[in-house]
Design a protein around this ligand. Structure first.
Ligand code: GRF
Length: 244
């Protein structure tokens, strides 16, 4: 009854981070997860072509929709594809608290700086690297973090530093941060997150029983007919291991 976690990847642009995830999956580096869906907030995103080439179902939910409809359309797709965890990979829309609170520690995001520097609302894409160069820092990097209602404010999972070089432009720096940090960290985190939850399907009769047991405050979540057990101890070990 044990299964790997079904991952949805949210994108908005070129999708190089999505490509890193697809390559990692092909190379067997995400054994606890399966990329089962790609959702783009832009119909013209090249990321959609990358998904198609990898035979992963891809859908557009336009960011021009009002927030409520945008998130309702995304939720329908997540339900339809029985998604367990979400990876934001260059996704430019901000998800509301109403959405993120339904997915505690099950959405992760990659940000192209060392949080808490150069992050938060309005800090995305080249703007992040422009700000790092303008401040004159000597080291920047990338951060993978869980997503909550605060933009770039969730718990940090992984970070990697990247040196700034003489003569860097926002474009050269963006490229180096992607190559040396983002494309390495994101697949690692995409493996860590699903391995943090043990997903077991149960027939309906058992669900009633577990719904009752859940009231007794056991440490698991009942989600759409599945038991998602949180291995807190194992999570901490995993995070420590990957920091080595
Ligand atoms: C990346 O720097 C990512 O960190 C940021 O958007 C950029 C574009 O990524 N959030 P991609 O090529 O679309 O994956």
């Amino acid at each position: 009854m044990l299964k790997s976690a079904r991952i949805a990847v949210f994108v908005s642009g070129g999708g190089t981070n999505l490509q890193a995830l697809l390559d990692a999956q092909r190379d067997g580096k995400i054994p606890h997860g399966e990329i089962a869906l790609v959702i783009s907030s832009q119909a013209c995103a090249y990321a959609l072509e990358r998904a198609e080439k990898a035979n992963v179902p891809a859908h557009t939910v336009p960011s021009s929709l009002i927030q409520h409809d945008f998130e309702a359309a995304i939720e329908l797709l997540l339900e339809q594809y029985k998604i367990d965890v979400i990876v934001l990979a260059g996704f430019l829309s901000i998800l509301s608290e109403n959405f993120t609170k339904k997915w505690p520690r099950r959405i992760l995001n990659i940000h192209p700086s060392l949080i808490p520097s150069f992050c938060g609302r309005g800090m995305y894409g080249l703007k992040v690297h422009e700000a790092a160069l303008a401040r004159g820092v000597k080291v920047t990097g990338a951060t993978v973090h869980f997503v909550n209602e605060i933009p770039d404010g969730g718990e940090i999972i992984l970070q990697k530093a990247v040196e700034i070089e003489e003569g860097d432009t926002p474009e050269t720096l963006q490229r180096r941060v992607m190559e040396q940090a983002e494309w390495i960290l994101l697949p690692q985190a995409a493996e860590i997150m699903p391995s943090m939850v043990c997903i077991i399907h149960f027939p309906p009769v058992w669900r009633k029983f577990f719904a009752y047991v859940k009231q007794k405050q056991y440490n698991f979540t009942l989600y759409d007919g599945m038991i998602i057990h949180r291995h807190t101890h194992r999570v901490n070990n995993k995070l420590n291991d990957s920091a080595k």
